[in-house]
Design a protein around this ligand. Structure first.
Ligand SMILES: C[S@@+](CC[C@H](N)C(=O)[O-])C[C@H]1O[C@@H](n2cnc3c(N)ncnc32)[C@H](O)[C@@H]1O
Length: 205
């Protein structure tokens, strides 16, 4: 427990995200999570959604913390984390019927966001689900002043970070044969966006 990293945000948002995943992933079996961070979501969602096989992943610096959470509280359906930088993805030996990622699109550069959609296009089975959680912008406008301030603070830290435009995400999704199914307003000015990969699209692992 001592080496388990704590993300207060992921402790706050896990219940409302779970309510959406319980429904959206009800027919899924294998989930790839991109940018698992502390690993708390992975361990908790896997425990709460026991029909899923949950595969966490992240950059090298976060793998020890995710492993610490799995050692402490991981069930049989949460896998050891994969080293995964979306900009240099490994070849996957299997496909997934869902890809989940929380609070990553505004952290990784826009090249990373595009690469994450490309990855979803490759590793999702036909009909598979892409589920993104986080704050976004639409029509060039922020939905709230707090998201505007959040975007400014991100860009001051690193010019490559910042809230993404829904229209740009839609372009990336379309390029990978994915169509948006649903959109959920979430607490603290966040959203969940759900895309589905076309049932007839090619599987490439
Ligand atoms: C704000 S944290 C979110 C962590 C966790 N998903 C959560 O909601 O608490 C952003 C995560 O994106 C990951 N990330 C950033 N760039 C990435 C990349 N190129 N490929 C994969 N993950 C990346 C970071 O390592 C970090 O874990």
């Amino acid at each position: 427990m001592a080496s388990c990293p704590h993300s207060p945000a992921s402790e706050r948002n896990r219940e409302p995200i779970l309510a959406v995943l319980r429904n959206e992933f009800s027919d899924c079996k294998a989930v790839l999570e991109v940018g698992s961070g502390s690993g708390q979501h992975a361990v908790w969602f896997a425990a709460e959604l026991p029909w899923l096989r949950w595969q966490p992943s992240d950059l090298a610096e976060n793998l020890a913390g995710i492993n610490a959470w799995i050692d402490y509280a991981g069930g049989e359906n949460v896998m050891r984390p994969l080293l995964l930088d979306v900009r240099q993805p490994p070849r996957f030996g299997q496909q997934y019927d869902a890809l989940f990622s929380a609070n990553t699109a505004h952290i990784m550069g826009i090249d990373g966001v595009e690469a994450m959609f490309d990855l979803a296009g490759r590793v999702l089975t036909p009909g598979g689900i892409l589920c993104l959680y986080g704050p976004i912008r639409e029509g060039g406008e922020f939905d709230t002043d707090s998201n505007r301030r959040f975007d400014q603070s991100l860009r001051m830290q690193d010019a490559n970070m910042g809230l993404r435009d829904l229209e740009v995400l839609e372009q990336f999704a379309g390029a990978n044969h994915m169509t948006r199914l649903r959109r959920y307003a979430m607490p603290a000015n966040n959203q969940i966006l759900i895309w589905r990969k076309a049932a007839g699209s090619t599987e490439v692992s």
